[in-house]
Design a protein around this ligand. Structure first.
Ligand SMILES: [Ca+2]
Length: 106
């Protein structure tokens, strides 16, 4: 079955931070694939501060769907679970592009 993992990318619209071009990618890896249930949390991770408000796309693997949280404490708002996205979802009027600080996977 392989391992759980997700790769996220930060993009070039970070001029306010003084970056030009691709910020980079970050890969998360866990020991097991996600479970089929969507009512549990299989993994959760608070991003390091240099990745706050930078994620612009993500690819998930091994049946994991991903919930991106606006704040690092996993409170509201959050996007709800999505599979891989080439652009971040807009949910409840919030564009999660460059607006995630913590992630959960199910
Ligand atoms: Ca699950």
């Amino acid at each position: 079955m392989g391992r759980f993992n997700e790769q996220v990318w930060g993009d070039s619209d970070e001029r306010r931070y003084g970056y030009n071009g691709l910020f980079g990618s970050y890969t998360f890896t866990g020991a097991s694939p996600c479970t089929g249930s969507f009512s549990d949390v299989d993994y959760s991770f608070i991003l390091p501060t240099n990745w706050w408000d930078r994620i612009s796309s993500f690819r998930s693997y091994n049946v994991c769907w991903v919930d991106h949280h606006y704040w690092s404490n996993f409170g509201s708002p959050h996007s709800g679970y999505f599979p891989s996205q080439s652009t971040m979802p807009v949910v409840g009027g919030i564009n999660y592009d460059n607006n995630a600080r913590a992630i959960r996977w199910t």
